[in-house]
Design a protein around this ligand. Structure first.
Ligand code: NFD
Length: 249
């Protein structure tokens, strides 16, 4: 993706809009300190520690919603935090969602950023933006409390639960076993990827392993199908309310 022009203005403006951070300019300065004038490939998650000390990721009990492969639908569903709280509904995620940035030898590179990469041995992302999300995902997951949810899509026919995803790498493993009491898994199915088959088998195992919980799993539940119906000019395969109602009448 291209980089974001007017980064400082958007960041500070979004921060003021949420109005839960005491000093938005000081928060920008903490971000700037890490990213500006710095080689993006030298930035790691730990670089953002001072920045994240200011960011607020707290989430109402029973509302945290994680997601993977469903970036578009999940925010329709969460409804800006009214129904669920995704990371992007916290101020820490809100100010950064959808922005693309990296430093250069003179401030920011407003043309392009090098692709980030993960050192799998040290589990460290290099590349400022991905390092940022590694830290953000970890922080968000650590404080999730009560009943938590995850919405999984399988874009392009891939797996719904991928062990290279941020959800698998930094969210599920960082949930606190003494804070999380239940997990609901919502799947936007594509045929092979559905509760009890495909990658959902591994997800259940990993949830048991990390949290000692057996999740509840739902294929295309009504709340998800409503969103799928609402957003498709032509009804999607999963949007079948009309058929059901006409068959039963
Ligand atoms: P996804 P996920 N390289 O749909 N989160 O589980 C590059 F360049 O596959 C939120 O990984 O699900 N970009 C955001 C990547 C970002 C790569 C990251 C990669 N290898 C994590 N992998 C956000 N708001 O932007 C992932 N991305 C980027 C948290 C790319 O922008 C959320 O709390 C893609 O569109 C959520 O629970 C986006 O991450 C979970 O982690 C999502 O990738 C979603 O990450």
């Amino acid at each position: 993706p291209g980089t974001t022009a007017h980064l400082a203005e958007i960041f500070v403006g979004r921060c003021f809009d949420k109005s839960t951070v005491a000093d938005c300019n000081a928060w920008w300065a903490a971000f700037n300190q890490v990213v500006a004038d710095v080689d993006p490939l030298s930035v790691t998650a730990a670089s953002f520690d001072p920045y994240f000390a200011i960011a607020n990721f707290s989430t109402p009990v029973d509302k945290a919603m994680f997601w993977s492969g469903s970036q578009y639908y999940v925010h329709q569903l969460s409804d800006a935090g009214l129904r669920y709280f995704t990371m992007e509904d916290t101020v820490g995620g809100f100010v950064q969602n959808g922005l693309h940035w990296c430093g250069s030898s003179s401030g920011y590179n407003y043309t392009s950023c090098p692709p980030g990469f993960r050192n799998t041995t040290t589990d460290t992302w290099y590349g400022a933006e991905l390092a940022f999300w590694q830290h953000a995902s970890t922080t968000f997951a650590r404080q999730a409390t009560g009943r938590v949810s995850v919405l999984l899509g399988s874009p392009y026919g891939g797996s719904a639960y991928r062990n290279s995803s941020f959800f698998a790498l930094y969210e599920l493993p960082n949930m606190n076993t003494s804070l999380v009491t239940a997990i609901d898994v919502y799947v936007i199915t594509n045929g092979t990827e559905r509760c009890g088959s495909g990658s959902l088998v591994a997800l259940v195992q990993d949830i048991k392993h990390h949290l000692g919980l057996t999740p509840s799993c739902y294929d295309n539940p009504d709340m998800v199908r409503f969103i799928l119906c609402e957003n498709n000019g032509a009804p999607s395969a999963q949007c079948q309310f009309a058929n059901e109602f006409s068959e039963s009448s």
